[in-house]
Design a protein around this ligand. Structure first.
Ligand code: IPM
Ligand code: MG
Length: 369
């Protein structure tokens, strides 16, 4: 079979260190399971700006479009804070999502048994949590036009953005959501602000229509976004799959991430439309950011990025067995008591990024024996 083309974009800050641990897993797959990837590396974010003067160089886009999957670390840092808006590292991330057409952002929030006490919420509220937030990623308030900052005739200034969705945009994210729900608990909650925003009235109408026409076996409910934020911390286990607008999803997924006790544990996948062969453009990244305060200190938690690679195996390469092996290896390492600083608990062993990566490889070896 043709080599699996993987583009790695470590980005900035801890992105570089955590990605180095994923490289170990990739090497392990080749050596021990004869699963070879054709891996190349590229620049994005501040790292790209420093070399090319732009956070999203044309060659990075070209490489991404040719890859079967892209693995991204994180972008951003204080070094680039004072750059103009269009040169900021974050523009690289938004650019690659938009140019690759990655409209479906899967953000699972699961609480692993070993970490149920790491959450700031009570154990019973979060133990066993397993929800999926599906965030629309290439439209809505993040990309709507018109947008900008203008000076008015009287000298005062006006800042504005636009919340806009067309029916095809709503239907395609809706389909991904219903399909995900169908493979899980068959319950979908669509989050909107239909009591105030017309755009999301349309969103709700289209979700209802789609459910009737194509997914009658999936139970659909609706919730206003403010209530959804409240329900996520009150009783998160009531949810199975949630689907929502880009910015609502940005906010709710951070909230969901914290339920799990560590942002350092959460992977994500961003998928485009399926082509004629059913293949989707795809980018996988940890939900956490570049954490400049701990960058370069070998302290960061590599597990979210390692789990993002597991998602990559599952969704882009249909390698479910290997994806599960990685997920089990991570669980076992945690069960064994190893913790990076962000998830440290009394009585456990605090380890570095590198040691955590090595431990995952050791678990893989055990399982493969
Ligand atoms: C995320 C991040 C990004 C976003 C930033 C870094 C542009 O917060 O992936 O959730 O807002 O989408
Ligand atoms: Mg965010």
């Amino acid at each position: 079979m043709a080599a699996r083309k993987l583009l790695i974009l470590p980005g900035d800050g801890i992105g570089v260190e955590v990605m180095a641990q994923v490289r170990r897993i990739i090497d392990w797959m080749a050596k021990k399971r004869k699963i070879e990837f054709d891996v190349s590396e590229g620049l994005i974010g501040g790292a790209a700006y420093d070399v090319h003067g732009t956070p999203f160089p044309a060659e990075t886009l070209a490489a991404a479009m040719q890859a079967d999957a892209v693995l991204l670390g994180a972008v951003g840092g204080p070094k680039w804070d004072d750059l103009p808006f269009d040169k900021k590292p974050e523009r690289g991330l938004l650019g690659i999502r938009k140019e690759m057409g990655l409209f479906a952002n899967l953000r699972p929030a699961t609480v692993l048994d070993a970490l149920a006490d790491a959450s700031t919420l009570k154990h019973d509220v979060v133990a066993g949590l397993d929800i999926m937030i599906l965030r629309e990623l290439t439209g809505g308030l993040y990309f709507g036009e018109p947008r900008g900052i203008e000076t008015l005739a009287d000298g005062s200034r006006k800042g504005f953005n636009t919340l806009v969705y067309t029916t095809p945009e709503i239907v395609r994210i809706g389909r991904v959501a219903f399909e995900l729900a169908r493979k899980r608990g068959k319950r979908l909650c669509s989050v909107d602000k239909a009591n105030v925003l017309e755009c999301t009235v349309l969103w709700r109408e289209e979700m209802i229509k789609l459910q009737k026409e194509e997914f009658p076996d999936v139970e659909l409910s609706h919730m206003y976004v403010d209530n959804a934020a409240m329900q996520l911390v009150r009783n998160p286990k009531q949810f199975d799959v949630m689907v929502t607008e880009n910015m609502f999803g940005d906010i709710l997924s951070d909230c969901a991430a914290m339920l799990t006790g560590s942002l350092g544990m959460l992977p994500s996948a961003s998928l485009g439309a399926a082509d004629a062969d059913g293949k989707r453009k795809a980018l996988y990244e940890p939900v956490h950011g570049s954490a400049p305060d701990i960058a370069g200190k070998d302290m960061a938690n590599p597990l979210a990025t390692i789990l993002s690679f597991a998602m990559c195996l599952r969704y882009s390469f249909d390698m479910v067995a290997e994806a599960e092996m990685i997920e089990t290896a991570v669980k076992n390492v945690l069960k064994g008591g190893l913790r990076t600083a962000d998830i440290m608990q009394a009585g456990k062993a605090k380890v570095s990024t590198t040691v955590m990566g090595e431990a995952v490889v050791r678990e893989l070896d055990k399982m493969n024996a």
